[in-house]
Design a protein around this ligand. Sequence first.
Ligand code: SF4
Ligand code: SF4
Length: 85
Amino acid sequence: MALIIDDSCINCDMCEPECPNEAITMGEEVYEIDPGLCTECLGHYDKPTCVSVCPIDCIDPDPEHKESQDELLIKYARLTGKSPN
Ligand code: SF4
Ligand code: SF4
């Protein structure tokens, strides 16, 4: 499933440049993740890189955007035109 940034985000700018899918942008108050672009980093990294760099642990799975591994693989292929490694 896509991840979501909660409103405790301190806008530290660490995650935005790290996202391989350019899914993270500044929202009205805090950074936001576009669920249409987030693959949980599947196809790029072993685990979500935004979570790894976030200093305050404010990025969690988004229960509103549940997806199976297969659905994430299809999203990765659609976004990149490539098959996952
Ligand atoms: Fe981007 Fe990966 Fe974080 Fe999703 S999990 S927002 S793809 S860095
Ligand atoms: Fe917000 Fe965490 Fe991203 Fe920093 S790394 S901008 S605290 S979500």
